[in-house]
Write a protein that binds this ligand. Sequence first.
Ligand SMILES: Nc1ncnc2c1ncn2[C@@H]1O[C@H](COP(=O)(O)OP(=O)(O)OP(=O)(O)O)[C@@H](O)[C@H]1O
Ligand SMILES: [Mg+2]
Length: 268
Amino acid sequence: MITLKLLALIGSGGSADVFRLAGGRVLKLYREGLDPGVIAREHDGVQHALDQGLHVARAFGTQAHRGRNGIVFEELIGKPLLHLPLLRPFRTRALLRRFADYHARIHLCSATGLPHAQHDIVRVRLLEAEVGESLRKRALDQLSAIPRGDRFCHGDYHPGNVILTRNGIAAIDWSNASVGDPAGDVARTELLFRYAAYGRSLRRFPALRAIRQMTADFYLRHYCDHTGVSEAAIDAWRLPMAVAALVPGSRIHRPTLVAALKRRGFSV
Ligand SMILES: Nc1ncnc2c1ncn2[C@@H]1O[C@H](COP(=O)(O)OP(=O)(O)OP(=O)(O)O)[C@@H](O)[C@H]1O
Ligand SMILES: [Mg+2]
């Protein structure tokens, strides 16, 4: 058995810790108890992204460490876009355009051969969401009415899952990658911009929350203008994606999203 030397913890997310290894590699070590299906989906997703010619971190295979499952990836040198320079509007807008363009590039890719379907992933979340039965049914009905797409979708595309490197933007965290409808993928990104968990500064400063809404608007407008995807197509996904985000352990700030749904007349 190979024993790996973990040099430093370089990142942590909801499902994994990421450690630097020697030789320009990192080990993404998933939390104990995580569904192995999620790890397989990440491996399939990143492999598919590579096959499609997208700029991503190459995967070198799976690797267990002290009872936890992991995947070894190439280390991307750069910073997650999450640290957008919000107080430098020109730079922020330029980065948001690149962020939206990369998303559009993912959606130009065929997803033939990828075994995971966006409708199925969202449906499972809708069944697990902590909401009343009538809202669940409404979201499920709305999902069923949307045609299944045939494009490559990331499934969790947000500025924390995008790294700005010397060679351009690269998306990480492909564990929700699927064949699907780009409009749904965009609706998920919009939702994350607007409602992802609030840090202390966002809770304290309403102006920062307003900037977040403006970034969401800017991303959406740029994406739609450059792809021809309509606002109506994205709108059809908004309720299913919002309800699907009300699962336990979600990165969404539940009180804010619930308040927004109630303002729109939904009983949660
Ligand atoms: N290939 C890589 N090269 C460099 N840094 C990386 C790489 N993969 C991940 N990271 C770092 O580790 C952090 C967590 O990685 P990742 O988003 O894949 O974890 P996660 O637990 O799946 O996240 P989430 O909370 O979105 O589910 C990233 O934000 C990034 O800083
Ligand atoms: Mg992540």
